[in-house]
Design a protein around this ligand. Structure first.
Ligand code: GCU
Length: 659
């Protein structure tokens, strides 16, 4: 039976699945072979497209049936891979399992008319990693400081409202559909900071999670849950959460059994432990492997996974203490535990050593734990990259991370055997992501998680073509122009040369050069009258550069070989230090900040020229946000330039206005 395609509420943007994207498929004759719920989903998609565009769909016809333009066939019982081939006037998608058929279907949608072009060479697609996941930092109860969605810039939660799971989950179904169409197959439905109310999702409120899981399942998306390490105490009434205590292990086993009774295909737990105030195994003198393994043992009988986050550092640092370096923390804590984690424990590592800044080196932990399954976490929600008021398409940044070879050989995309994870940027906003152009980040993440070595610009064009199927060339070119370089532009007008954290404390929007300089968070730039940057060399600094394997350790150790864009992350240098680019550091700061604002001005003008070529509401929303981006970029430019002019006393060589 075909499963009806979910219909999001009136006024919700179709994002990258507008009906018109289904025209090539929906105007043809399709045969579907296979059985099971995901095949019913595929059938529903094709039936809906055919009803709209005049095509026909048949399920499981016998031999000798009429010729078909498209055959979608499942040949095995499992697997996500599929082959797409064109022969004798028929395009055939053969999938190893029902999930593969779903991804094969969306591949055909992406190809559009091209899927039916004579002479197409056969192609096989399979995901590089099995788990392609979004973590939602959604609270069930509105948090007094963080709100409904922590670091959320797209309205409220898709899952939770009024203190409980939404009653109408049609939009969640539509969300699952969008995720499947870009290759995402797992979602954690609540914040990694598990507050009092949210802790109960694990036990007495698991029914609400089950309802969400039911809504996501038809599109192949498995549900995961963030849990508190203190659950045995706060929910179970035990005197301890010591992971080696028998009673504690028995409690996790019981709780987990009930979770699987409610959600048979439950994905597993996400845990933020001993991190920014969350409880963890350190309280009992146990290691993070002990902690992770206790939960892994409870999940193991059911095939579940624990995603254990490696974001462990001292957030109560004394800024006077120059020996503690937050960047070192994850590597220091976790490398001694390599090989100690259970096979179904995945260590989830942020892509950089700090916290999702616009520019960071790749975390030296990635590649340093060969006997541990690592997942790499990126942040689609634009906490430090303009909060979905600024355009900042992160595809090129993520691609750089995924292509980085920590040992000079194997890229991060291959080392992330435990999966790729993004903190979601979606919410109940009509455009899903606040800024309509931020949809490109969600889409690109999914596609890169499927194929980490994909060319990000090709994925951007894919997103543009899907989202605007009938776009005139001028619109497609305009969209490409405003998104393609937007990460570099954002970098130019914000914190320079990898130094990071010049944001306003707390909410992290807008500039405050010294906002974190004397705070406990370990995020300093050490600017003085002579220079700026953090000495993380082995020779004279914190030794962080020595956490890398070669060739990186040597390369980062010296300011002479360190790449310009990371110079201030690794070194404290005088303002007159000459970069590889030939410019001095101070002149680079001035130039890039003026350039960044000019680039925003140009993008805003390009955007204005696209009026009338797309949905007016979409255009208006982004046009409004461009005003704010320009205001914000000017504020960044003027504060950063004035700050460094006042510190250094070095005038701009081009005599531009600095305050
Ligand atoms: C950042 C972010 C927090 C979040 C944390 C995390 O520090 O500001 O809101 O909780 O990352 O990743 O756990």
């Amino acid at each position: 039976m075909p499963l009806p395609v979910p219909v999001p509420p009136e006024g919700v943007d179709p994002a990258w699945l507008p009906p018109a994207a289904f025209r090539p498929l929906g105007s043809r004759r399709t045969l579907i072979r296979g059985s099971g719920p995901l095949v019913d989903t595929v059938h529903g998609e094709v039936a809906e497209a055919c009803a709209r565009f005049g095509g026909r769909v048949v399920r499981d016809a016998g031999p000798g049936a009429a010729p078909y333009d498209l055959v979608l066939a499942v040949t095995g019982s499992g697997g996500e891979e599929f082959t797409c081939a064109r022969r004798d006037g028929t395009t055939t998608v053969t999938a190893a399992g029902p999930a593969g058929l779903l991804y094969g279907l969306f591949h055909v949608v992406r190809l559009g008319e091209d899927a039916f072009r004579a002479g197409r060479a056969p192609e096989t697609h399979r995901p590089a990693v099995a788990s392609r996941m979004l973590d939602h930092w959604d609270n069930v109860a509105v948090h007094p400081v963080m709100g409904q969605v922590e670091r959320g810039y797209a309205g409220g939660s898709l899952f939770w409202a009024d203190g409980r799971a939404r009653g109408d989950l049609e939009r969640v179904r539509a969300y699952g559909r969008l995720l499947a169409a870009c290759g995402i197959n797992a979602v954690a439905v609540n914040n990694v900071n598990v507050h009092a109310v949210e802790a109960h999702l694990l036990t007495d409120r698991i029914g609400e999670v089950a309802a969400i899981a039911d809504a996501l399942r038809p599109y192949g998306v498995r549900t995961h849950l963030s849990v508190t390490f203190a659950a045995p105490v706060v929910l179970g009434g035990l005197p301890t959460a010591d992971p080696l205590e028998e009673a504690v292990r028995a409690w996790w086993a019981r709780a987990t059994r009930r979770v699987y009774e409610a959600i048979p295909d439950f994905g597993g737990y996400v845990v933020k432990a001993d991190s920014e105030g969350q409880p963890g195994p350190f309280a009992y003198g146990r290691s993070h492997a002990d902690g992770a393994n206790a939960l892994a043992a409870a999940l193991e009988p059911y095939g579940g996974t624990v995603h254990w986050r490696a974001f462990v550092y001292d957030h109560r640092q004394d800024w006077r203490d120059r020996t503690t370096d937050r960047a070192r923390a994850a590597h220091d804590h976790f490398t001694p535990l390599d090989g100690a984690f259970a096979p179904n424990a995945v260590l989830q590592v942020k892509h950089g050593p700090m916290d999702f800044q616009v520019r960071e080196p790749v975390s030296p932990l990635i590649g340093a734990m060969p006997r541990t399954r690592l997942a790499v976490e990126v942040q689609a929600t634009q906490e430090y990259t303009g909060q979905q008021r600024h355009v900042c398409w992160l595809g090129p940044m993520w691609s750089e991370v995924l292509r980085f070879r920590p040992d000079g050989r194997t890229p991060v995309g291959e080392l992330a055997r435990g999966g790729l994870v993004a903190v979601s940027n979606a919410g109940d906003d009509p455009f899903w992501t606040g800024h309509p152009l931020a949809q490109a980040n969600l889409y690109t993440f999914g596609r890169l998680a499927w194929q980490p070595d994909a060319e990000p610009r090709a994925l951007l064009d894919e997103w543009i073509a899907l989202t605007h199927p009938d776009a005139p060339g001028r619109l497609a070119a305009g969209l490409h122009a405003v998104l393609d370089g937007s990460w570099r532009t954002y970098e130019k007008y914000t914190a320079p040369l990898g130094v990071g954290f010049m944001v306003q404390p707390g909410h992290h929007y807008g500039p405050s050069v010294d906002g974190y300089e004397y705070s406990p968070w370990g995020t300093y730039h050490f600017a003085d009258r002579d220079g700026v940057g953090v000495d993380r060399s082995r020779a004279t600094g914190t030794g962080y550069a020595g956490q890398y394997a070669e060739p990186w350790a040597r390369l980062y150790e010296s300011p002479d070989t360190c790449p310009d864009e990371l110079l201030l992350f690794f070194h404290h240098v005088p303002y007159g230090h000459v970069l590889h680019s030939g410019r001095t550091v101070i002149q680079h700061i001035y130039d890039t900040h003026f350039e960044g604002v000019a680039e925003v001005e140009r993008a805003r003008a390009v955007w204005a020229s696209l009026a009338g070529l797309m949905d007016p509401a979409r255009h208006a929303r982004a046009a409004q946000r461009y005003e704010e981006q320009l205001r914000g970029a000017r504020e960044w430019r003027d504060q950063v330039n004035s700050y460094f002019f006042r510190k250094s006393g070095v005038p701009d060589r081009r005599g531009r206005r600095i305050y």
